[in-house]
Design a protein around this ligand. Sequence first.
Ligand SMILES: Cc1cc2nc3c(=O)[nH]c(=O)nc-3n(C[C@H](O)[C@H](O)[C@H](O)COP(=O)(O)O)c2cc1C
Length: 319
Amino acid sequence: MKHAMQVRIKNITMKSPLMTASGTSGHANEIEILEKSGRILSSLGAFVTKGVTLEPKEGNREFRIAETRTGILNSIGLQNEGVKYFIQQEIHRLLNFDLPVFVNISADSIEGFGDLAAYLSDHDSAQIITGLEINVSCPNIKKGGTAFGTDPELVERIVGTVKGRIDSRMLVITKLTPNVTDITIPARAAIQGGTDVLSMINTVRGMAIDIQTRKPLLGNIIGGLSGPAIKPVGLFMVYDCFRRIPECRSGEVPIIGIGGISRWQDVVEYILAGATAVGIGTSWFVNPDVFREIHQGVQAYLSRAKCMISELIGKAHDL
Ligand SMILES: Cc1cc2nc3c(=O)[nH]c(=O)nc-3n(C[C@H](O)[C@H](O)[C@H](O)COP(=O)(O)O)c2cc1C
């Protein structure tokens, strides 16, 4: 079936529901390397950049990555060259991809989010940026470093501030942290603040200890778990938002499902749970062909089922 993989995120038509997950494919560099071997772009529906901050950030102390049996822990600490460098040196390279581009943004205060969003909006003269993905999992410096995303009032204010400072053509995606008891609370707050789209989940907090040195393995002690281990968590959170939030269920606020996707079956599960599109991160550190393989797998499933992917969104709720 032609266009069987096509999905719509608000007014954006994507040729495939597969997106990169922020932080796992750089700003343009890593995708460019893989694309030289024709491995990824034809499978992707959108590109999501690594987190950008107002000022350059060196990131956390080493070690920053620790393998676990079913995923990885990371504490990169948002290392990046800052928004000026991103605009001057990197953004134009994203034009080559011919894909919708979402820029992931992080800040340590509400004003910081607003200034960063305004800078990106004001300097995107070629209109390369389709939208911003707000990473509310980053630490709130003023509140002692707890993630913004655990405080619904702050989530609403960040989203409202960002929305108020960008060109109205840009979409706002709010990326939620799973490190809460009830994901629908920050999700509703983001909707209240005016988010166009929700994405979930960011990494799950965890740690590892080196039994030789008898000390925490990561320089930052705490890291974020990603990879296959967290798929059931992400899947449940998508399911829960779709089930309990009317704007998600009606499609007014679409959900991008992220977390632990490594096989085509995982994508189908996320779509059935209520996601319109999905982000894939850790698994392509392991398998550079994962996007292509997953794309082929989902396509074959759709042709066996004789349906379009968009017809499957939220179908697991039809009990
Ligand atoms: C090395 C690494 C860096 C990441 N950097 C970011 C980031 O800059 N901004 C963000 O919102 N999420 C970041 N994430 C979280 C991922 O986008 C994603 O939400 C998470 O890894 C779960 O998906 P996965 O299991 O497919 O990797 C990062 C994850 C990893 C592993």
